[in-house]
Write a protein that binds this ligand. Structure first.
Ligand code: ZN
Length: 408
C-alpha cells in the first residue's frame, strides 16, 4: 500500500495528460496521439509498442504493448483509447480536467483512461516488490482504438496475439459498487441492432385511398410485436430506437422504417430473440381494401456483439479476486452488466474478467447544470489505491496457481 501510495502523484499526472488529449472515436489524430503517449508511459516498464491499423480507415490505430517474460506464463490486459466526446462538445460544455475534492471530472477520467492508469499502477506494484515474478511473465497490453463504436476487428487483434495458455484477459472498465462491495464484471449482455423496412403501396390520399397499403400503419403494428418480445424474466430487452416513414400528407405512405436493438445475457436467449425478430419478415397485416395488396415487412440484423455469458473460466478468476479481497479486507462481489465491452469479444478465447478499473460515475455525460442535478463523468481518486492493491494481490494469487481455499 505504501509503495502504491507513492506512485499516485505520477499516476494522476499521467491521467491528467491523457485526459488532456481529445480521443473521440472519430478523432483519428487524437486517438493516435493518445496511443503514442500511452506507449511512452509504459516504455519505462520495458514494454515495446505495436500500432495496428483499424479496419475502419477513419479510426486511429489499436495499440499493443508487449513485455516478454522469462517463462511461457502470460497475462493480457485490455483497455481502450477512445472516448465518446467530440472536441466541440468538450469545448461547448467546458468539460476538461477538474479536481474537486475526491473527484476528478473530465472526458475519459472514468471510461477508460482511469482504467489505463490502473493498469500502470498494478504493473508498477508487481514489478517493484516482486521483480522475480514480474520478470517471469509475458505481459501483453491491448488498447482498442474504437471500442465505443464496437469495432469487431479488435477481437482479431487480440486473439491473433494471445500466447498459448494465456492465464487471463483482464479488462479495466470501471468498477461496480453495491454498498461497500466492489463488483467485478463476470458477464455482459450481447447486443444485436436491427432495421425493419415496410414496403406498402402508395396512393393519392384523396382520390384513390382504398388503393393504398399504408406502410406507416403496418410499421406501427410490427413495432408493437417487436416491443412485446421484451422479457424481463429472461433479461431480454428490445428497444425501438428510431422510426421514419412517409413523405407528404396527401399520399398513403409507400415506405416506413424503424431501427433498434436487443440485448440478452445468454447465447440461447439471444439466439431465440434474434429468430423471433427475423420471423416478423413477410407479408404484413395491412392490405389495400381494393385488391388485398399486402404490405411487405423485411427485418434485417445490422450489427451483432455476442453475449458474454456466465462461464466457469470467468467465475474462477472472480473467485481469486474475492479471495484477494478477503486477504485485504475489501469486500468483492460479482456483477452481470447490461452494457458491452471488449470482454464480449474475448471471453471464449481466454478466461476473462472485467470491471478492474477505478470507481466513478456519469460515463458518457459531459454536461453540468447550475444546481448540480446534472454532473459530468468523473473518477473517484480514493478508489485507485484499494483497487490497485486488490488487482495486484489477485494477480499474484493467480500466478501462484492457488485455488480458492488457499492450497496450490
Ligand atoms: Zn469503456
Amino acid at each position: 500500500m505504501k509503495f502504491l501510495k507513492d506512485q499516485m502523484p505520477a499516476a494522476l499526472e499521467m491521467l491528467r495528460q491523457m485526459v488532456g488529449i481529445n480521443s473521440f472515436t472519430g478523432n483519428r489524430q487524437g486517438v493516435d496521439r493518445l496511443g503514442r503517449l500511452t506507449a511512452e508511459c509504459f516504455a519505462p516498464l520495458g514494454f515495446t509498442a505495436e500500432f495496428v491499423p483499424s479496419a475502419n480507415p477513419n479510426y486511429g490505430d489499436h495499440l499493443v504493448l508487449t513485455r516478454r517474460g522469462r517463462t511461457t506464463k502470460n497475462i493480457a490486459m485490455v483497455s481502450h483509447l477512445d472516448t465518446v466526446f467530440p472536441p466541440e462538445e468538450e469545448e461547448r460544455n467546458n468539460f476538461s480536467w477538474q479536481l474537486e475534492g475526491d473527484r476528478i471530472y473530465g472526458p475519459g477520467t472514468h471510461d477508460i483512461k482511469g482504467g489505463t492508469v490502473m493498469m500502470w499502477l498494478v504493473l508498477q506494484a508487481l514489478r517493484t516488490p516482486e521483480p522475480a515474478v514480474f520478470e517471469e511473465i509475458t505481459w501483453k497490453l491491448f488498447w482498442n482504438s474504437s471500442e465505443e463504436t464496437l469495432s469487431q476487428d479488435f477481437a482479431d487483434v487480440c486473439r491473433n496475439r494471445f500466447d498459448r495458455d494465456t492465464l487471463a484477459a483482464l479488462v479495466f472498465e470501471s468498477e461496480g459498487r453495491l454498498g461497500g462491495e466492489r463488483l467485478v464484471v463476470v458477464a455482459r449482455k450481447g447486443r444485436g441492432t436491427w432495421r425493419v423496412k415496410v414496403t406498402g403501396r402508395g396512393a393519392h390520399a384523396g382520390a384513390k385511398h382504398p388503393h393504398g397499403a399504408n406502410a406507416v400503419v403496418e410499421l406501427a403494428h410490427i413495432l408493437q410485436r417487436v416491443a412485446a418480445l421484451t422479457n424481463y424474466k429472461q433479461d431480454l430487452t428490445f428497444n425501438v430506437g428510431t422510426v421514419s416513414g412517409g413523405t407528404v400528407l396527401n399520399r398513403v405512405p409507400h415506405e416506413a422504417f424503424a431501427e433498434g436493438e436487443f440485448r440478452a445475457f445468454t447465447t440461447e436467449v439471444y439466439a431465440r430473440a434474434k429468430a423471433a425478430l427475423l420471423a416478423l419478415s413477410g407479408p404484413g397485416e395491412v392490405r389495400s381494401p381494393v385488391d388485398r395488396y399486402a404490405c411487405e415487412v423485411k427485418v434485417e440484423i445490422l450489427t451483432e456483439s455476442r453475449p458474454w455469458p456466465r462461464n466457469p473460466n470467468t467465475d474462477r478468476l472472480a473467485a481469486i479476486w474475492q479471495e484477494a479481497g478477503k486477504e485485504l479486507g475489501i469486500p468483492v462481489n460479482v456483477q452481470e452488466r447490461g452494457g458491452l465491452s471488449d470482454g464480449n469479444l474475448l471471453w471464449d478465447a481466454v478466461p476473462t474478467l472485467d470491471g478492474l478499473g477505478p470507481w466513478g460515475d456519469n460515463d458518457h455525460c459531459s454536461e453540468r447544470s447550475a444546481d448540480s442535478s446534472k454532473l459530468p463523468e468523473y473518477v473517484d481518486v480514493t478508489s485507485f489505491l484499494p483497487k490497485a492493491a486488490l488487482n495486484t494481490t489477485a494477480i499474484l494469487r493467480l500466478l501462484e496457481g492457488r485455488t480458492t481455499d488457499g492450497h496450490r
